[in-house]
Design a protein around this ligand. Structure first.
Ligand code: PMP
Length: 352
């Protein structure tokens, strides 16, 4: 007799992380390449001598800081070990077996994995021909078994944004007993004045949560800290299903320090936005199809040419994130990193 693990795990897709290749530029994981904010590093250093103690399990000070920053009651906030952990907590908190989770596809690759691990049923709704979320089709997919919908805006990996008016019209038509999670991992990079603010919407509607992270714009991906702003009963449920102490002590202090450095954050995001626009423009000039993006990455829907493009970039010491057969997602880095990528993209058009 041997140990038996769940048979359905054989069908579980693997999460593919962006690769680090020594000597190459990594533009594969939507990180900011400038590093964490200096005040966050100082806070981590200071807290380092206390890591023999368990962290604050209730994440009190960070919750208070988020509540003050967003002007919401602390009861509406749940902090998690990265927003990916919150995704899982959201499914755990709303679904039992046979309940349905609707999400766009392609989108954040953790949605199907997490839904299957928790044991709920996944309902994937294809993107439109313009690589955007198909809200009509997502509405049509709702059944009495639907408990949760993930709405990723800007969408990973395509970068496309939902406008406030279309999101509001969509939310008006979602039944009130279905929780809509606005996954706003890339919110800080959005520059479109017609963009929705998920936190504002979550304050106004009883079935909407906004989920954000310190991994991207704030540069704390390695520490694992994200948060949801949700109706109080949803936030309470998220706190119930969390793995105890999973938001570590260094993450808590670094997040508080980062939140206090808004001026610096804004400057960094403005640099990313300017570089994003430059990279987008230059790719279009080279003849690539590139959807409008509001995140810190661009999407190249290269279809069958994706594997070759990926290989060509690797040979030119640039690591991108390839979704074979679909396209490549390329993170916006520092100007010289983007130049290296653009040079690779330029030479690919000559060999392809
Ligand atoms: N949501 C989206 C759309 C993402 O792209 C990511 C990271 N790739 C996450 C959530 C999770 O981020 P983290 O767990 O680092 O907060």
């Amino acid at each position: 007799m041997s140990v038996r693990t769940r048979a359905d795990l054989d069908q579980l897709p693997a999460y593919v992380a962006g690769r680090t290749v020594p000597g190459s530029i990594k533009l594969a994981s939507n990180e900011v390449s400038e590093g964490p904010l200096p005040s966050a590093v100082a806070a981590i250093n200071q807290a380092a001598t206390e890591v023999h103690r368990y962290p604050d399990m209730g994440v009190g000070r960070l919750t208070e800081a988020l509540a003050a920053h967003y002007r919401v009651e602390p009861e509406r906030i749940a902090v998690g070990c990265g927003s990916v952990a919150l995704c899982e907590q959201l499914v755990q908190a709303t679904c039992t077996a046979a309940d349905e989770v609707i999400f766009p596809w392609r989108s954040f690759e953790a949605y199907p994995i997490i839904t299957q691990v928790v044991g709920a049923k996944q309902v994937r709704v294809p993107l439109t021909g313009e690589h955007a979320l198909d809200l009509e089709a997502m509405l049509a997919a709702i059944t009495p078994a639907t408990r949760l919908m993930f709405v990723c805006t800007p969408n990973n990996p395509t970068g496309t944004l939902l406008r406030k008016a279309e999101l509001d019209a969509f939310l008006d038509r979602v039944p009130e007993d279905v929780l809509v999670v606005l996954d706003e991992a890339y919110f800080e990079f959005v520059s479109d004045p017609d963009a929705p603010d998920g936190v504002e919407i979550a304050r106004e509607r009883s079935n909407v949560a906004s989920m954000r992270t310190f991994s991207k714009a704030y540069g704390l991906a390695g520490l694992r800290v994200g948060y949801a702003i949700a109706p109080p009963e949803v936030a309470a449920a998220l706190r119930k299903v969390i793995i105890p102490f999973s938001v570590n002590a260094l993450a808590q202090v670094a997040a508080i320090a980062s939140l206090e450095a808004q001026d610096e954050l804004r400057k960094r995001c403005a640099n990313v936005v300017a570089e994003r626009e430059r990279v987008h423009r230059e790719l279009l000039a080279l003849g690539y199809e590139v959807p409008e993006t509001q995140a810190n990455f661009v999407w190249l829907p290269l279809g069958d040419r994706t594997a070759d493009f990926n290989e060509h970039c690797l040979q030119n010491r640039v690591v991108v994130r390839a979704f074979v057969g679909e396209g490549a997602r390329v993170t916006i880095g520092q100007p010289e990193e983007n130049d290296a990528f653009l040079a690779a993209a330029r030479s690919f058009t000559r060999v392809a």
